[in-house]
Design a protein around this ligand. Structure first.
Ligand code: MF3
Ligand code: CO
Ligand code: CO
Length: 273
């Protein structure tokens, strides 16, 4: 069983450096979004930005992933592959997921942006998804169980009638893209079966208590309709099974006695800490 990899303070500073490049890259790209551009162009800008800032893409080549970042429009939940054929139009939403490696350390962040004008329902989907991270952060403290993250996200999101994706989750990160623990965004305690001292079903990581040196992501993927997903034949692109819209926000963070620290902040955000 893969073990939990706790990070030193120095490691965490390095993860924050990588994470800051990823966060800056999100802002840089978000300013360029407009109808008519294709998502391969956005991927090129992302690669240039990351490299110019001393990083490399942690996604490119990961299990054979072919691009610098993941770009997921509209009904695409995650892992959208940039393409010249995918052209932005007014009223679209676009999720950008950026994982940067620098000096061997990885930071991972994502956000969903409107392209041009979107209606109020869509604005609500984006707002609720982003805000659900902050609801989750409010319970992140030494000793809290990973399960509490999904519980509080569900409590906040359910009244809106949105679907919370279950097939993909947050994760430990830092030395590798995906480390222990798995961090569900929904209440996974319902699905646990416990027998003879062994977790026989479901996700035992949710019982792990938060501790100093843990670095992980919280990354709710919230759908206008069903939580159910489908993967396209390219083997990557994950879409909503009903074709409705999906939003995705992600931060990398750490917990210590001092509280929560977000590791995927822009320079400007950090200056107000
Ligand atoms: N950044 C994604 C995550 O949040 C992982 C992307 S893996 C890739 O977990 F291969 F699709 F890039
Ligand atoms: Co992630
Ligand atoms: Co990510």
């Amino acid at each position: 069983m893969a073990q939990l990899l706790l990070k030193t303070e120095e490691d965490i500073e390095r993860i924050a450096e990588a994470g800051s490049i990823a966060a800056e890259c999100l802002i840089y790209l978000s300013r360029k979004l407009k109808p008519g551009i294709n998502t391969l162009q956005i991927d090129r800008w992302a690669g240039e930005f990351i490299n110019d800032n001393g990083g490399i893409s942690a996604s490119k080549g990961y299990h054979g992933y072919p691009a610098e970042i993941c770009i997921s429009p509209n009904n695409v939940i995650v892992h959208g592959i940039p393409s010249k054929k995918i052209i932005l139009k007014d009223g679209d939403i676009l999720s950008l997921d950026i994982a940067v490696k620098k000096n061997g350390f990885i930071g991972d962040t994502a956000a969903t942006y409107p392209v041009g004008e979107v209606n109020d329902d869509v604005k609500q989907l984006l707002e609720v998804t982003e805000k659900s991270i902050y609801k989750a952060l409010s319970i992140c403290t030494i000793g809290s169980k990973i399960a509490e993250i999904g519980k509080i996200i569900e409590e906040y999101v359910n009244p809106y009638g949105f679907g919370i994706v279950r097939d993909y989750a947050g994760h430990g990160v830092g030395y590798f893209m995906h480390e222990k623990p798995n961090v569900p965004n929904y209440d996974a305690t319902r699905e646990l079966g416990y027998r003879l001292g062994t977790w026989t079903k479901g996700n035992s990581d949710i019982m792990i208590p938060m501790q100093t040196g843990m670095v992980f992501t919280i990354e709710p993927m919230i759908n206008q309709g069903t939580y159910r997903t489908r993967t396209l034949t390219d083997g990557w692109t994950v879409v909503t099974s009903d074709g409705k819209l999906s939003a995705h926000f992600e931060h990398t963070l750490t917990v210590s006695e001092k509280g929560v620290r977000l590791l995927t902040l822009t320079k400007e955000e950090k200056s107000f800490r």
